[in-house]
Design a protein around this ligand. Structure first.
Ligand code: FES
Length: 104
């Protein structure tokens, strides 16, 4: 049996912080996480042995955000908009190719 319940487990920081350090939700993280989840479902990638997209609290890379991390690879990305999310979904989650231009 595969030791990983999910092939790719994706965590979007959706933290909202008021004042002080910037936070990922200032830059639309929750909306873009929802968009990612929808695209993953649409492509039939969601579920056991495939992909799970979750919200996370602060991952402590706030100044680099908005950030998302994909496990088990431990690859971190900074994304800006839906087209960046599309690229992560299609390249990394669907085809297993890391998106180097978004990697941090
Ligand atoms: S607020 Fe997103 S990493 Fe801290």
């Amino acid at each position: 049996m595969d030791p990983n319940y999910y092939k790719h487990h994706v965590f979007f920081c959706c933290n909202q912080r008021d004042g002080g350090r910037p936070s990922c939700n200032d830059k639309g993280a929750t909306d873009l996480r929802d968009y990612c989840k929808k695209q993953v479902k649409k492509l039939g990638l969601a579920g056991q042995g495939r992909v799970r997209v979750n919200m996370a609290g602060c991952l402590d890379r706030c100044e680099e955000g908005p950030v998302v991390v994909v496990y088990p690879e431990g690859v971190w990305y900074r994304y800006a908009d839906q087209s960046d999310v599309d690229e992560i979904v299609e390249s990394h989650l669907l085809n297993g190719r890391v998106v180097e231009r978004l990697r941090i």
